[in-house]
Design a binder for this molecule. Structure first.
Ligand SMILES: [Zn+2]
Length: 224
């Protein structure tokens, strides 16, 4: 069962459309896997829509009565339209990615990123999303069976959304859907038995806590 969820502040910001794309994808993909957060999002989106509507009403020059009549008429027209073109409601086709001999189906929030190129070192493979958010890097990260990431901490903040498979660290064991936020106060050594695919957002390189070597530096470059 999913234990780690985005905070309400993140869900609210996502509903209001104010998150950067990297975080918005993380929240949206989590909510596809988590009924609790999906329900909260619906409530927050309704709340955001109501607030936007009442704000726009305040700025109406014309009498409110008339504006409200026009809105009711518009809503009635929308609700009565049962002839929507099917392309508007058809789900987008499934997007699979193949990495390290495994095939994964991406959540809808990540489907457009199924053509990414992968960099690998050992059992770790990473594909970076082309989001152009400066130091903030969003990636798909795959770790092969019975492998892991050397002991490290983070200079900034790292969000990990586990998409498939399992991993564990000094804190807990994680299942698909878990939304984990770590910062420089957390040091951990993630390990996976069955292999896993994650979506990660990091705003600074990893900081390895057990020695410095060319291998670790190379791993750090691949992961961040
Ligand atoms: Zn959730």
């Amino acid at each position: 069962m999913i234990k780690y969820h985005p905070a309400d502040e993140l869900l609210l910001a996502h509903a209001a459309g104010t998150l950067p794309a990297s975080m918005s994808i993380a929240v949206a993909a989590h909510s596809e896997m988590c009924e609790i957060c999906a329900n909260k999002l619906v409530a927050f989106e309704n709340q955001a829509a109501e607030e936007a509507f009442s704000a726009s009403q305040l700025h109406q020059d014309e009498p409110q009565e008339q504006a409200s009549d026009e809105f009711d008429a518009m809503m009635a027209a929308i609700m009565s339209d049962e002839h929507l073109p099917s392309t508007l409601v058809a789900p987008s086709p499934e997007a699979n990615i193949d990495v390290a001999g495994e095939r994964y189906t991406l959540p809808t929030a990540l489907r457009r990123y199924h053509h990414l190129g992968w960099s690998s070192i050992g059992a770790i493979s990473r594909a970076r999303l082309p989001l152009n958010e400066g130091d903030t890097h969003a990636s798909l990260l795959h770790i092969g069976m019975n492998s892991g990431v050397p002991s490290h901490t983070h200079k900034g903040t790292e969000v990990t959304l586990l998409l498939s498979g399992h991993f564990e660290d000094e804190y807990d064991q994680y299942v698909p859907g878990d939304f984990i936020i770590l910062d420089s106060a957390n040091h951990h050594t993630p390990q996976t038995h069955d292999g896993c695919l994650c979506y990660t957002v990091a705003d600074a390189p990893l900081h390895f806590t057990k020695g410095v070597s060319q291998l670790l530096n190379a791993v750090g470059r691949v992961i961040y």
